[in-house]
Structure formats: C-alpha cells, structure tokens
Design a protein around this ligand. Sequence first.
Ligand SMILES: [Zn+2]
Length: 195
Amino acid sequence: MGCGWHVGNGRSILVLEDAWLPRNRPCVSGGVWGVYCSEYTVRSGYRLLLRGFPMTDGDRYNNIGQDTRLIYRKLWEANVPDKMKINCWRFIKNYMPTKSNLFQRQIGPDRMCSRCGIGPKTNLHACRDCPGVLDVWQQLRITWTLLDEMVDVPIVWIGQLFSNDAKQTQFSIITLWAIWNSRNKIIYEGIYQSS
Ligand SMILES: [Zn+2]
C-alpha cells in the first residue's frame, strides 16, 4: 500500500487539485487509490462509489441514501462514454472547477457566471439555471420540478432527470457533458457556442 492513500469517506480527496487523473492511473484496492497500478477501470471507481461514498452530507440531510445508490447505478449502466459518466459524477459531488468553487479556494477573481454575468457560477447554475443553458434543456424537452432551496441539490436534480426512462437518462448525461464543455470553451477559448 506504499504507493496509495486511504480514501476513507472521500472528503479529503481534492479531485481538482490532486494530480491523480489521468497520468497517475489510480486503482482501487481495499479502499486505497494506488498510483502505479494499471488495473484502474471506471467500474472499479464505481464500486468504490457505492461502498465508500454512500451518502454526502446533503444526501444524509435529505435522507435519500437508497435513492443515491439507484442514481449511481443508473449512471453506471447508461449507454454513454465513460468520460460523460465521470463528468456527471463530478457534477453530483460538486467536484467541477466552477468559478464558485475556484473562488472559494481563492483561485478565481470572482464567482459570477461568465455566460450571463448574473448568478454565482455554482455547478447547478453552470449546468442548469443559466438562462442559455436552461433553453437547451427546454428544447430537449427534459423537464424537472423546481424544489425548495434546501433540497435543490445536484443529486436530487440528477435523480429527477434519471427518473423517467433509460433514454432520458442517457440524454441527460450527454447534455450535461455538452453543456459543461461548452462552458469550458467560453472560458478557455473565448468561444460562445449558441444554444
Ligand atoms: Zn449564468
């Protein structure tokens, strides 16, 4: 285990800051991410999710442990590329480098959205609530029920998106990935992609 580190409940992992993907090719063995193992697969990461990340604080607050497992299961079983599944998982866990997250870590100058300039760029704003982004979901006819702020958290929203059928689950994961990459183009390449 010399080359690995204990995951525990995962809260000590800074996915964005810790250089663990993709160069280090981590693997999972007994709850330890090893850096030299070549056996890493998304499936092993998924198993770790179910075992090591059963609930977030938000999940626990909302008492949705079993639903969380079902959401992860649907995510894993969806017929989409692994990179899109990982993107969705990072969204759920709030591991995306949103301006809000970067600002919180004293990296970015502000937390405001680069697309609309109105709201703070949280992961929910970036991928759901930003006006241009909202249009994309509406045009795809993917809808959800807006909830009270206290329960309006990423995992609950994803649960709503996944609650229809496998096709909508697949569509939602792909759309989330496309929206996030569109957002990255705005920031890093100065390209505004019309919705
Ligand atoms: Zn916005």
